[in-house]
Design a protein around this ligand. Sequence first.
Ligand code: BGC
Length: 331
Amino acid sequence: MVSFTKLLTMGLIAALTEASSKRGAAYNEASLVKTLTSGKSGAVSWSYNWADSVDGDMPTGVKYVPMMWGTSSVSGWTSAVKTALSKGSTHILGFNEPDMSSQADMSASSAASLYKEYITPYGDRATLISPAVTSSTTSGQGLDWFKSFMDDCSSCNVSALAVHWYGGSFADLESFMKKAISTAGDYDIDEVWLTEFALDADINGIVDMATSKTFLEKSVAWLDSHPKVGGYAYFYTANNHLLTSGSVNAVGDVYVAASSSSSTSSAKSTTTKKAASTKTKEAASTKTKTAESTKTTDAKNTTTTAKVTKTVTSTKKVTKTVTAKKAAKTA
Ligand code: BGC
């Protein structure tokens, strides 16, 4: 017979394992997160959809992280973020690739003032994550953009740096992440979130399952074990990526099979930099009158272009492939 103490210990271990997962699900369709995590309790601890509301239901144990996508997201933000926080969200994500003209496209200084007005006020209730920058090394983009942002946003209460990466190999991902971790450290930020990543070749859908499986195995192991990585989300929980025809594919299996077990993960922690709570007027949220639904649609409609543009900034060789593929799709 199993003793009560043993059962208790097993329960505690299960709870701890679950609590420590850094792995996230980046999605557009909430139902696919359920499919991805079905029977894999604890494998994914958080999710986001590049938007401010969950748009469906998350499986138990998957915490939704709202994002203020960009300037077009002002309308509706205040009520949406309050709803998310009241339903248990513990983190907030900043703008999506403000360093790219095809994405949120913001100067560091305007991003800083928007951040201060709409995100910083929640620093006493949530861990605030920076705008998510790309891995571009072009001057004024990527980590360079982040530095300018932080120079303008030193009082913004940012506790984590968010980055995106698309490239050719795990080795490149590792070297970019090390750079990001060190840059974050320069601003006294000791956590980096990788909120989009994939091989360049897979931007519009996985090209070779075996290659992507190996890449993901290595990446997940490294991300899980690095104490400065707070969270990560592969691009993304969608058909042709982690799923095929509505079912988890071989790459998706790798993503949810690996045990995400670093004890230092903070995907579920509530560590928040305690800056003086800036009392920024929420009334200002009524300023811009852009319908929330319009924003979401627009954001989604830009996807293909966005991914292609991302490729342009990273590898010219792949750009050709992606562009060719896109042309083939639309032909
Ligand atoms: C875009 C989002 C989109 C997502 C998934 C992101 O890069 O900014 O609007 O929903 O990709 O396609």
